[in-house]
Design a protein around this ligand. Structure first.
Ligand code: ZN
Length: 123
């Protein structure tokens, strides 16, 4: 179900127009003044949406499924995948941290974040 964004030529306001099917995508009317002189905008928001969706994917718990937070190698694999998803250079600190985790070492600053050290009390 397509949603397109239009600018009204007459009143210059924007309308996001929702169509029930692709065959209906014709002669949209301004939701403000009813004019049919509409100019469709390049759907910049669609790009923003997919960017958002990509970030959502990364915070999606299912992305963390199979990651054993007590296994540094497992975290390292996830961190590398996340770095690739971001498509950005994460910097030497990140690489070094991942390298250390892949070597089986749990980095100190992983637990430094805020009182999440209650593991011993679980039983
Ligand atoms: Zn209008």
């Amino acid at each position: 179900m397509p949603i397109y964004e239009y600018t009204c030529i007459k009143c210059k306001r924007r309308s996001s127009i929702f169509f029930r099917s692709y065959s209906e995508v014709a002669d949209p009317a301004c939701s403000h003044c009813g004019s049919q002189e509409m100019r469709r905008l390049v759907s910049r928001f669609a790009v923003a949406k997919s960017e958002e969706a990509r970030l959502d994917d990364m915070s999606d718990p299912s992305q963390l499924a199979g990651v054993d937070e007590n296994d540094p190698r497992s975290i390292a694999r996830w961190a590398r995948r996340m770095g690739q998803e971001m498509g950005e250079e994460m910097g030497p600190d990140f690489d070094e941290m991942v390298d250390r985790m892949e070597a089986g070492e749990m980095p100190d600053d992983m637990d430094g974040g805020g009182g999440d050290d209650g593991d011993d009390d679980l039983d």
